[in-house]
Design a protein around this ligand. Structure first.
Ligand code: HEM
Length: 228
C-alpha cells in the first residue's frame, strides 16, 4: 500500500495531482480569509468578534493550522521537485525562448511562488505573531468589549506607506499566482478542450483578480481613509 502510494507520488502525474489537490485546499483558505477580512468594513465590533470566534476553540484552531501547514509544505515541496525535474529533463536551456503558450504569470510562478511564501512569513510575523511592536504601537490591545483588537492592528498597520506598498505588491503577485494555479488545476483535472479553454482562462483570470482585489480592498481602503 505504502509502496503503491510512494510510486504514484514519484511520477510527474502524481506530483501534479498533489499540486492540484493542495492548491485547491489553499485556494479555499485564501478565498475564506479574503471574505473574512472584508469585515473590516463592518467596523471594529464585527471584525474583532469574528477574530475571537476563530480563536475560540484552540483544538480546532490548531488542527486547522496543522492541516494548512502540511498542505502548504506539500505544495512547496512538490513544486520544487517538479521544477527540478523539469530542469534536469532539459540540462541545456533553450537558446532562444519563444514563450508563446507560456504566459507571463506562468513564468513568474518560479519567482512568484517563493515571493508569496516570503510574504506569508512576513504576514504571520506581522498580524499573527505580533512582531509589530517595534513599529511603534502595542500588539493587540483589547477593545471596548475586552476582545483582542485585531481591527486596530490592521488599521494602524495600513497607515504606514511601506507596509501598504508591500501588501499591494504581494496581493498582485498572489493574484498572478492564483490565475496560473487555477489554470493548471483545470489542466490537471483534465478539463482541457479547445471549445472550453477560453472560458477556463476567463474563469482563472476572474479567480486571480477577485482574490487580489478583495485582499487589496483592506490595505488600500484603510490607507485612503475609508476604514478608520
Ligand atoms: C490584505 C491582505 C491581508 C490582510 C489584511 C490579512 C489579515 C490578517 C489578519 C488580521 C490576521 C490575524 C488574525 C488574528 O490574529 O485573529 C491574518 C492571519 C493570517 N493570514 Fe492574512 N491577511 C491578508 C492576506 C493574506 C494572504 C494573501 C494569505 C495567504 C496567502 C494570508 C494568510 C494568513 C494566515 C495563514 C494567517 C494565520 C491564521 C492563523 O491564525 O492560523 N493572509 N491575516
Amino acid at each position: 500500500m505504502t509502496t503503491r502510494a510512494l510510486t504514484i507520488f514519484d511520477t510527474t502525474v502524481g506530483k501534479k495531482a498533489v499540486m492540484a489537490g493542495t492548491g485547491a485546499i489553499l485556494l479555499t483558505f485564501v478565498v475564506g480569509h479574503m471574505l473574512g477580512n472584508l469585515q473590516v468594513y463592518l467596523g471594529p465590533k464585527a471584525m474583532n468578534e469574528y477574530a475571537a470566534l476563530l480563536q475560540s476553540n484552540p483544538t480546532l484552531l490548531w488542527a486547522v493550522r496543522l492541516v494548512m501547514f502540511v498542505t502548504l509544505g506539500l505544495h512547496v515541496l512538490t513544486a520544487t521537485q517538479l521544477y527540478l525535474l523539469n530542469r534536469s529533463a532539459r540540462p541545456v536551456r533553450y537558446r532562444m525562448k519563444t514563450s508563446v503558450t507560456t504566459t507571463y504569470s506562468a513564468r513568474t510562478m518560479v519567482i512568484g511562488g517563493p515571493l508569496v511564501a516570503a510574504y506569508l512569513a512576513y504576514h504571520l510575523a506581522h498580524l499573527t505573531g505580533g512582531f509589530t511592536k517595534g513599529l511603534g504601537y502595542p500588539h493587540l490591545p483589547l477593545d471596548a468589549n475586552g476582545l483582542p483588537d485585531v481591527f486596530h492592528n490592521v488599521v494602524m498597520s495600513f497607515q504606514i506607506p511601506w507596509c501598504v506598498a508591500l501588501y499591494v505588491v504581494a496581493q498582485v503577485l498572489l493574484g498572478l499566482h492564483l490565475y496560473h494555479g487555477a489554470w493548471s488545476l483545470f489542466q490537471s483535472l483534465g478539463i482541457n478542450h479547445r471549445r472550453y479553454n477560453e472560458t477556463l482562462r476567463s474563469a482563472a483570470s476572474a479567480i486571480g483578480v477577485a482574490v487580489a482585489v478583495g485582499f487589496l480592498a483592506v490595505p488600500v481602503g484603510v490607507f485612503l481613509g475609508y476604514v478608520k
